[in-house]
Design a protein around this ligand. Structure first.
Ligand SMILES: Nc1ncnc2c1ncn2[C@@H]1O[C@H](COP(=O)(O)OP(=O)(O)OP(=O)(O)O)[C@@H](O)[C@H]1O
Ligand SMILES: [Mg+2]
Length: 503
């Protein structure tokens, strides 16, 4: 099935998210869609899958114009989308999730799960998905939940499958497996759209690349003839540097001291196991590791969000083991959480309100019980400009921003105040290369000025670009340490430590 977008324009009030977009997506081909945060990628695909109707323009399938009154029409026409934020019901089984809304009915009109299970198995076999139809979705790791979304789309007989930043939440191994699935879909003649900010991925998997900027297509290219630097420049409109300039490493005294820390999961199993860690002033410590090895629990314990089962935490010389989140915050600890939707933002609040979620009680923003909105709005406007949050007003709800711009609001909030320690988990998830360059520079500047920084990232490139010292977490412990400023540092050794191999 070939699909053509012709002259698509999409406006939201005064904002034009897509402007006169012409794009063809062909059967048996992976089209990579690139663009800065807010360029209009998700909006364009949301139009294609029938959730938004275009303000202007038309969609043609195999040359014939079609009109979608809603996502049901697009699905019936063979277009399916795997959204960045999964839309699964955790307490239902895989088979139940897959049939949701299109239940095959047996005798007496009851949900015929036997048939559903069999269909899930057959899709599994065709594309090598290996998902147990009877597993509870809530028990599955993210990579498998994503496959459930894929099965859902295939169950509805999609011929065009859209993936919106599918790899943002996957581990490197899961990305490899995901690419195998994408290739088998393509070889089976499906048309695929793949959106990502990771340029190496798009070069690996795409057959053709289109670039959006400010809502318009600004370039097309052949991945075989392009480098990451070419793609970055096409997206951002200027060359992008992939290395971070830092002053020579000159660490100060210990700022954060973690001593014998133990944190338990809800089921009382060990998430962090008697861990010791120090962060000095003027030092960036990077925590590398495969997700699920205690990094999240460590960050939550440091920021006061998780209960500590044993050990002590000292910050700037004082004991903060039992300090509340707000106290830690007031002492000068900034936190960029890993899951912006769950713990970083309130989508229905304005950008300005979100910018002061954790500082509104400050003297800068409050006179007694009264919030000084003029000061809040001014600070929010300033921070939005500094961190290039693409919006026309700080009074817009954060939920209407593009994914990457939502992330930039959090970073702007946490990095615009005077702090001593930045704890950043997956800080640049979903952020475009141009903005990553800027954010990395700001992090390096904070460190040059004597702040301590602790970065948790599943992107080894990010850890390597920033860190003075790299520690590897495995099963709740630190199992290896590397000098981040050593030019001969071995990615392979880090990778082995991440996989639990002892040197
Ligand atoms: N429901 C909405 N209401 C108002 N504006 C919107 C809405 N949805 C998207 N926009 C705006 O449309 C523009 C394009 O957003 P879109 O989400 O398509 O960007 P994107 O290319 O997917 O970016 P990212 O890489 O950050 O995900 C942005 O300026 C965004 O604020
Ligand atoms: Mg998007």
């Amino acid at each position: 099935m070939d699909v053509e977008l012709r002259g698509i324009t999409k406006r939201f009030g005064p904002i034009t998210a897509n402007r006169n977009v012409n794009l063809t997506i062909r059967a048996g081909e992976v089209l990579g869609l690139l663009g800065e945060n807010g360029a209009g990628k998700s909006t364009l695909m949301t139009v294609l899958c029938g959730l938004y109707s275009p303000s202007e323009g038309e969609i043609l399938i195999d040359g014939k114009p079609v009109r979608f009154a809603g996502p049901g029409d697009a699905i019936a026409a063979g277009i399916g989308m795997v959204h960045q934020h999964f839309m699964l019901i955790p307490v239902f089984s895989v088979a139940e999730n897959v049939v949701l809304g299109v239940e095959p009915t047996g005798r007496l009109d009851r949900l015929d799960l036997v048939t559903a299970r069999a269909q899930v198995r057959s899709i599994n076999e065709t594309y090598g998905l290996e998902v147990d139809p009877d597993a509870l979705v809530g028990d599955l790791p993210v990579g498998l939940q994503q496959r459930v979304e894929i099965i859902k789309v295939l169950f509805r007989s999609a011929e065009l499958v859209i993936f919106d930043e599918p790899t943002a939440v996957l581990t490197p191994q899961e990305v490899e497996d995901f690419f195998k699935i994408v290739r088998s879909l393509r070889d089976d003649g499906k048309a695929i759209v793949f959106i990502t900010h990771k340029l190496n991925e798009i070069l690996e998997i795409a057959d053709r690349i289109s670039v959006l900027r400010a809502g318009e297509i600004v370039g097309e290219g052949d991945p075989k003839a392009l480098s990451e630097a070419d793609l970055a420049e096409m997206m951002v409109g200027r060359p992008v540097s992939f290395t971070v300039a830092k002053a020579p490493f000159a660490p100060g005294e210990v700022l954060l001291e973690v001593d014998d820390l133990t944190v338990l999961r809800d089921d009382d199993s060990l998430a962090v196991d008697r861990l010791d860690l120090q962060v000095h002033r003027g030092e960036i410590v990077g925590i590398a590791g495969v997700q699920g090895n205690g990094q999240t629990a460590l960050v939550e314990a440091l920021t006061g969000l998780a209960r500590i089962a044993g050990g002590t935490l000292r910050f700037a010389g004082g004991d903060i083991t039992r300090a509340s989140t707000r106290e830690r915050h007031r002492l000068g600890i900034a936190h960029i959480p890993e899951d912006r939707q769950r713990t970083g933002l309130i989508p229905a609040f304005t950008i300005a309100e979100n910018m002061v979620l954790d500082t509104y009680y400050d003297e800068r923003f409050s006179a007694g019980p009264v919030i000084r909105w003029d000061a809040v709005n001014r600070a929010a406007a300033r921070a939005s400009i500094d961190f290039d949050v693409r919006t026309d007003s700080v009074f817009n709800a954060v939920g209407t921003l593009s994914g990457g711009n939502q992330q930039k609001v959090i970073i702007a909030r946490e990095m615009s105040r005077d702090t001593q320690l930045l704890i950043a988990a997956q800080p640049t998830r979903g952020i475009d290369v141009g903005s990553i360059e800027y954010i990395h520079r700001r992090i390096a500047e904070a460190r040059d000025e004597g702040d301590g920084v602790l970065i948790v990232s599943s992107e080894l490139d990010e850890i390597l670009a920033l860190s003075d010292r790299i520690v590897v977490m495995f099963r709740g412990r630190i199992v290896a340490e590397f000098d981040g400023n050593d030019p001969g540092i071995s990615r392979k050794a880090i990778g082995l430590a991440m996989a639990g191999a002892t040197a």
